[in-house]
Design a protein around this ligand. Sequence first.
Ligand SMILES: [Zn+2]
Length: 119
Amino acid sequence: MQARLCVYCQAEFTPNKYSPAQKICSNPPCQTRRHSESMKAWRERNPNYFKFDESKSVIWLETQRSRSKVWRTRNPEKVKGYRQSHLEEYRRYMKEYMRQYRERKKPSTPPSPENPVSQ
Ligand SMILES: [Zn+2]
């Protein structure tokens, strides 16, 4: 194996026998630089990688939605059971929601004996 000069620091080094095409010496600063430049080069070669990843996540979301839809159609009893067990909660929530809704719609007249707050 012939010694050669590192393209970064110009130091003489002997290439690793498993990577004879090695152009960079094994000094840590040169290895760090090699790594960051290879990542940069990779990003330049793959400009759509991150865009692709976004579209993949949309597909993933769609898959999750359709899976949960399939689950609901296959398990109607479980869905019914869930609704049943949360019915009281839901009713209370709606009652409170409607109360607040009516409160907002009410004209802002302060309560008085002539105009009592109806509950
Ligand atoms: Zn070097």
